[in-house]
Design a protein around this ligand. Structure first.
Ligand code: O7E
Length: 217
């Protein structure tokens, strides 16, 4: 994924027309559009190819299965036109490696969830986040997902993965994180949903975030 703005739209709307209208409005400000269960379950897998004319598509299915099933899922998602798939890391190295191997064969990307951005991530995920980051680096994934709500954790995770992997970071705006703070901490992209798609003017909201990050990118 090429970094021009540092912004990824999380398009968690459930209406096809709305999804297309918002994508059209913000396409000049985003490097990718992340879509997941809310939109795909309500509209269908063809949403991936429909939106791919506006930006590269990151399919957020947080894939978490045995190696063979991970591979089968990723195959279908890439076939549908996605450029990247999000997988969970807690399933371990073999499950991750199956997804990464397939992605490399198809010149696609895998991003691995380390520690999530919501408060409940402190119950279990934070304890294993650093280990997952190390595993993602060893597996040569394209990058990891780390929480914009905790920039200090993003900085820790950056130290573990070095500069070969990217960090994409959700939790800006509605969840309380700051785009410029997390970019300064070491993230390459912020992933933003509600602050853009629920805004009166989604293009203006996206532009504001891009302007805020510009000097740190
Ligand atoms: O809070 P919002 O509306 O800006 O949306 C954030 C998006 O990022 C939403 O799609 C949510 O599912 C996702 N997300 C998190 O909020 N926290 C995480 O830790 C991980 C994700 C995520 O997208 O993981 C894969 C990239």
């Amino acid at each position: 994924m090429e970094r021009k703005t540092g912004l990824i739209l999380a398009l968690d709307v459930t209406d096809r027309m709305e999804a297309v209208a918002i994508s059209e409005k913000v396409s000049g400000y985003v490097d990718a559009i992340k879509i997941g269960y809310p939109l795909v379950l309500s509209t269908g897998m063809d949403m991936i190819s429909q939106l791919s004319k506006y930006a590269p598509i990151i399919a957020d299915f947080k894939v978490a299965d045995i190696p063979n099933t991970n591979r089968l899922i990723c195959e279908q998602v890439f076939k549908a036109g996605a450029d990247a798939v999000i997988v969970q890391g807690f399933t371990g190295h073999d499950s991750l490696e199956a997804a990464v191997k397939l992605a490399k064969e198809q010149k696609k990307d895998i991003y691995v969830v380390t520690e999530m951005s919501h408060p409940g991530a402190l119950d279990f995920m934070q304890q294993v986040g650093e280990g997952i980051a190390k595993m993602a680096a060893d597996a040569k994934a394209s990058g990891v997902v780390a929480p914009a709500t905790r920039p200090e954790r993003v900085a820790e995770i950056r130290k573990i993965i070095g500069n070969d992997l990217s960090i994409i970071s959700p939790g800006v705006g509605a969840q309380g994180g700051s785009a410029s703070d997390v970019i300064k901490a070491g993230a390459d992209w912020v992933i933003v949903g509600r602050s853009i798609y629920q805004a009166e003017d989604p293009a203006m909201a996206a532009k504001k975030l891009v302007d805020e990050m510009k000097e740190f990118i």
